[in-house]
Every structure is written in C-alpha cells, then in structure tokens.
Design a protein around this ligand. Structure first.
Ligand SMILES: NC(=O)c1ccc[n+]([C@@H]2O[C@H](COP(=O)([O-])OP(=O)(O)OC[C@H]3O[C@@H](n4cnc5c(N)ncnc54)[C@H](OP(=O)(O)O)[C@@H]3O)[C@@H](O)[C@H]2O)c1
Length: 323
C-alpha cells in the first residue's frame, strides 16, 4: 500500500486506469466546477463503456457530457436526474430510469452541500444530513443489486471530508431541534461522519463479497461547495492555519488540508475505485490516495454507532436495508 501522497488523478490512472476500460460508472454531483465533473472527465480518459452522470438539472451535466463527447466519442454518456433532497427522485432514478442498465461497476456518490442556512429536505430531514448521507444510503441500497451484478472489484465510493476529524453524529438530536440549535458546520460534520460510519458498516455487512467500499476525504478544493460561505472564507482558513494545527475529537493535533486543484480532489476517489493495493482495507476512510483510518476518532470507530446509525436511517427512509 502506498503512503499518503497528494497526487493528480492522472498519476493514479496511469498506474491503474486500465481497470476502468469497458466499465459502467455512475457519478453523482456532476457539474462543470465540481470534483465529480472532474472525475467524470478523468475517468472518461480510461475508456469506460458508459458514464451515467447525475445532477439535479441536465444543464449542470451538459458541459461535461459535451467535453466527453468531443474528447472520447467512444464513451457513452447519459444524464440521470436526481435531487437528493427528495427521496422520491432517488427511488425513481434507481427503480425506473436505470431499469435498462443491468450492472454498475462503480457507484460513486460525490454530490453534497456544505454549510447552507437551516432548511429541510422534502422528506423533513435537516438538509445536509438528508442530502449528504440519507439519500446516499437509499441510493446505495437500491443500486446494490446492479453493483453486485458487476461482480468482484466493482466499487461503492462515498465522499466524506476532513471535517469528520472534529465532528460526530448527534444521535440525541439528529435534526438540531428543527433548526433551533443548528450550526451549519456542525451539521455538515455530522453528515460526513455519518457517511464514514455508513461505509464502514456496509463493508462489514458485505465482507467476503469482493466489492470495494470506501469513504473519501478529497482534501480542499475550491469548487461550487463554498457557495454558502462568505468571500473571505479562504482567507479565514489561512488565518486558522497560521494559528497552528487543529485538534481532533480525541484531542490529537492535525494539519488542515492544503488547497489543491480538482484533479487532486478526484484522485483519492479513483484510488478508492481501482487501486488494487488497498483492497484488503475494505470500508476504510481514504485521504491523499491512501488508507487513513488512523485519522478517525473514537466516536467514528465505535461499531455500536454504526449499528445505531444504520437502524436510525432505515427508520428515516421507511425501509430496511438488509444484507
Ligand atoms: N471541495 C472540497 O474542498 C471538499 C472537501 C471535503 C469534502 N468535499 C465533498 O466533496 C463532494 C463534492 O464537492 P465539490 O467540492 O465538488 O462541491 P460542488 O462543486 O458544490 O459539487 C457538489 C455537487 O453536488 C450537487 N448537489 C448539491 N445538492 C444536491 C441535491 N440536493 N441533489 C443532487 N445534487 C446535489 C451540486 O449540484 P448543484 O450545483 O446543482 O447544487 C454539485 O454539482 C461533496 O460531497 C463535499 O462534501 C469537498
């Protein structure tokens, strides 16, 4: 297994990209300025058979589809409409719109939202928890048969963030008292911790199947994600860095991630999808193209929390996810 190293996507693809040839890849969160958009372009260079590109609006995906059509006309692309703040659209996408797709080799869940003012999803969930986590739980549940149909070495990759280092799932009040106690960053952190714990529990339940399951910290990338933050956000982060290392939930010091380009942001996702050297670490949290479970704190590592979160999420989506 390689050590942690910030690398561009091209470097990972050069080593392992052949594994993507002829594959069907579904990516959520695709836009011209998003990590998922960059991932779609990077993956297209490795000659997949089909790229299913998901967003709320086709106009977000259109520039990426156009670029793929121009540079890689042999790669089929297809738009998948889904609004993760409305679970009925996730069900429609998975159950109807993809009915003719027999297998998905890589299911890559990158769509997300960071730090908006308090609001709720159509299903009454705090927005970040609903979009960043609960919708992904349902999407993975509904599409798992197609990933299984693709066989071993297929993957489920779910985005997370370095924010998990200081955050937890607030089981006692998951919805922040309907917004009364809402803090945008705390809620973003909660949704990302949930993503990591979901991946760990999924990998545990699917042990022995050979399907790759990873959560990802992509580092820090200027993209559409910072839209809810003030223009001074980057300067504020730099000030925090100057003040010294951050402290995680277990009291350990760590460094804030450096800013990189989108290619570096997508690289660890590609590591999760295809790097064969990490296969034995299934369920791991990845950062800088390597397994980074050592960065997780006790609350995230507590398997009781994985079980509790799974049961809670089944209640929230009103269906079981049995494996
Ligand atoms: N950028 C970073 O530094 C960073 C660091 C750590 C983690 N991450 C994670 O990486 C992922 C990608 O972030 P990014 O930097 O690429 O941000 P981005 O440019 O904002 O991309 C996020 C994408 O998610 C989509 N999205 C938001 N709400 C949605 C919804 N309700 N339904 C469907 N799609 C929705 C957005 O679509 P619209 O444009 O239509 O809203 C956008 O295309 C996120 O999950 C984020 O938490 C990013």
């Amino acid at each position: 297994m390689s050590p942690k190293q910030i690398l561009p996507s091209e470097a990972i693809l050069e080593k392992y990209g052949k594994a993507l040839a002829g594959k069907a890849v579904l990516i959520t969160g695709v836009a011209d300025n998003s990590i998922a958009g960059e991932l779609a372009l990077q993956v297209s260079s490795a000659d997949p058979k089909l790229l299913i590109l998901s967003a709320r609006a086709e106009s977000r995906v259109a520039p990426i589809m156009e670029k793929v059509r121009t540079t890689k006309p042999n790669v089929a692309t297809r738009f998948l409409k889904m609004d993760l703040s409305d679970l009925s659209t996730v069900r429609k996408a998975a159950e109807s719109d993809l009915a003719d797709v027999p297998q998905i080799d890589h299911l890559v869940c990158l769509a997300g939202v960071m730090g908006p003012p308090y609001s709720q999803t159509k299903d009454g969930l705090e927005l970040q928890f609903g979009v960043n986590y609960v919708a992904n739980f349902l999407l993975v549940k509904l599409l798992l048969p197609k990933v299984r149909a693709a066989g071993p070495s297929s993957s489920v990759v779910v985005m997370s963030s370095s924010v998990v280092r200081t955050c937890k799932v607030h089981f006692e009040d998951i919805g922040f008292s309907n917004g009364e106690t809402y803090h945008p960053v705390v809620a973003y952190g909660q949704s990302n911790v949930a993503r990591v714990m979901f991946v760990k529990q999924l990998a545990k339940k699917m042990q022995g199947e050979g399907i790759r399951i990873f959560s990802i910290d992509p580092g820090a990338v200027l993209s559409g994600l910072q839209r809810h933050f003030p223009a001074e956000f980057v300067a504020q982060v730099e000030e925090m860095k100057k003040a010294g290392p951050a402290i995680d939930a277990d009291g350990r010091r760590y460094d804030y991630p450096p800013w990189t380009g989108r290619s570096e942001g997508a690289a660890t996702v590609i590591t999760g999808m295809i790097d064969p050297t990490i296969a034995e670490y299934n369920g791991a949290f990845l950062n800088q193209n390597a397994v980074a479970n050592d960065e997780l704190h006790a609350h995230i590592n507590d398997e009781n929390n994985w079980t509790r979160l799974w049961a809670l999420t089944e209640e929230l989506i009103h269906e079981e996810f049995s494996l």
